[in-house]
Design a protein around this ligand. Structure first.
Ligand code: AMP
Ligand code: ZN
Length: 465
């Protein structure tokens, strides 16, 4: 029996994962704030969470996965100051707040589908659960955790014991960090808004009536209300990027546990950042962001190249993005696809069970806190081993349940369409004639039809992107 061990930010170490209830695991992943396209840094976090979910399924657990869409309340400053990102996005694009949220929600769903990220079982929009959020604020008010200020209802963090248990910071450091956004009415710098009033004299596009006045929810209360609504008040795993540890998730824990008196989530898992050369974090606000569309699709690259690239770095380590790393991932994926094509020919003899020894090794790697670099090494070790091709193919089909690289579809590939074949033949002739200008032009034409050209020792190969 190979145990599943996951790094729990709460405990600051790897712990054996055990579900709270036999049967189903509750998994909650903080979803996108839909005021712009997701950048590939955001998508790195969703790939990590997808691997987590697939590994849970691979271990035989049943998973109920909820992902929210933050379509209101996330302000430009994480600590309740600044503008609402959605309303700001709407002003930028001359659209309505609702229109912006809808547009970027669809764009996000398309991106994750292109990365083979499994859909959550439940999608939930913050704006669809306002009454649940109000009920949660009321419960906190009844228990004496809240106070009124001119701009909203706040949570008094000094009333919640062990407020820093997730961030492991000392409270003074956290208070100091929180002081940058000045709100003289806050009792403690770390206090946060549960409900914000619409500013006097202005009209927000998204606002609701509440027992305290017209306004909108704080970003943190949304995730607490949505996770508890669909998964109950004691849950298994909650994840997000590391930037959520100090504020967003810390506040979710404080308000949820204050309201229920129970431990909120058992496991908290956080993915490290994608950084670009120079060590800078990719961020929407930095305007240095690359989207899947710009960095991959428009460059004629299969988006799964990015998924493959993400496997090269452990999810808790920063991942560096560069032209070289993309090129290496592109070649790595093409190589793997070719290896699988070779063994896929033998599938008729396959009894469709993975090779036991390699399956154990693969499981050991992924169960060791989702060690994908090691899992990819096991894939190569298996493919280069002396076991027969049918067993290799059966093993690949099994591993692909975690990898999600469409390796199960390579045997279905058909012969090239006639137009592509003609271009391929012409390019072969051009290369033999050493007419490299023509050969390059023909490569572009082939790529424009959705195919990729690879020059290998065995000659030219043309495969579907
Ligand atoms: P947002 O749409 O800004 O709420 O972010 C969506 C997710 O992306 C969150 O889980 C963030 O923690 C995560 N995230 C933001 N920036 C990065 C980055 N550069 N690399 C990896 N994950 C990120
Ligand atoms: Zn959240």
């Amino acid at each position: 029996m190979i145990k599943l061990k996951l790094y729990n930010t709460l405990a600051r170490r790897k712990e054996e994962f055990k579900p709270l209830k036999p049967g189903e695991i509750g998994l909650y992943t903080c979803g996108p704030t839909v005021y712009d396209y997701a950048h590939i840094g955001n998508l790195r976090t969703y790939i990590f969470e997808d691997i987590l979910k697939r590994v849970l399924l691979y271990n035989g657990f049943r998973v109920k996965h909820v992902m929210n869409i933050t379509d209101v309340g996330h302000l430009t400053g994480d600590r309740d100051m600044g503008e609402d990102k959605i309303e700001k996005g709407a002003a930028r694009e001359g659209k309505t707040a609702w229109g912006i949220a809808e547009y970027y929600t669809q764009a996000f769903k398309e991106d994750i589908a292109r990365l083979n990220i499994l859909q959550p079982d439940i999608w939930v929009k913050a704006t669809d659960t306002i009454s649940d959020q109000i009920a949660l604020v009321k419960a906190l008010e009844e228990k004496g955790y809240t106070y009124h200020t001119a701009d909203g209802i706040y949570f008094d963090t000094s009333k919640f014991k062990n407020y820093t248990k997730l961030s492991h910071q000392n409270i003074e450091a956290l208070q100091e960090g929180a002081r940058v956004e000045k709100n003289p009415e806050k009792r403690n710098p770390t206090d946060f808004a549960l409900w914000k009033f619409s500013p006097q004299g202005t009209h927000r596009q998204m606002e609701w009536d509440s027992p305290w006045g017209i306004g909108f929810p704080g970003w943190h209360i949304e995730c607490s209300a949505m996770s508890m609504k669909f998964l109950g008040d004691q849950l298994d795993i909650h994840c997000g990027g590391i930037d959520h540890i100090d504020v967003h998730h810390t506040n979710e824990i404080a308000q949820s546990e204050a309201a229920t008196g129970k431990r909120f989530f058992n496991f908290w898992m956080h993915g490290a950042f994608l950084i670009i050369s120079g060590g800078k974090k990719m961020a929407k606000s930095e305007e240095n962001f690359l989207t899947l569309e710009n960095a991959f699709i428009k460059q004629g690259l299969n988006p799964l190249v990015y998924r493959f690239a993400a496997f090269q770095t452990h999810y808790r380590k920063p991942m560096e993005y560069s032209d070289e790393s993309v090129e290496a991932a592109r070649n790595g994926l093409l190589h793997l696809q070719n290896q699988v094509r070779q063994v896929a020919k033998a599938k008729a003899e396959s009894d469709n069970t993975a090779h036991a020894e390699f399956k154990d090794k693969f499981l050991q790697a992924v169960n060791d806190d989702l060690n994908m670099p090691r899992a990819m090494a096991v894939v190569q070790e298996m493919l280069k081993s002396a076991i027969d091709d049918s067993q290799k193919y059966a093993s690949i089909l099994d591993f692909n349940r975690v990898l999600g690289l469409n390796l199960d579809q390579l045997d279905k590939e058909q012969a090239l369409p006639e137009a592509v074949q003609k271009l391929a033949d012409a390019r072969k002739n051009a290369r033999e004639a050493k007419d490299f200008a023509a050969s390059d032009r023909l490569r572009d034409e082939i790529e424009a039809l959705g195919y990729m050209v690879q020059d290998t020792k065995e000659g030219m190969k043309v495969i579907k992107k």
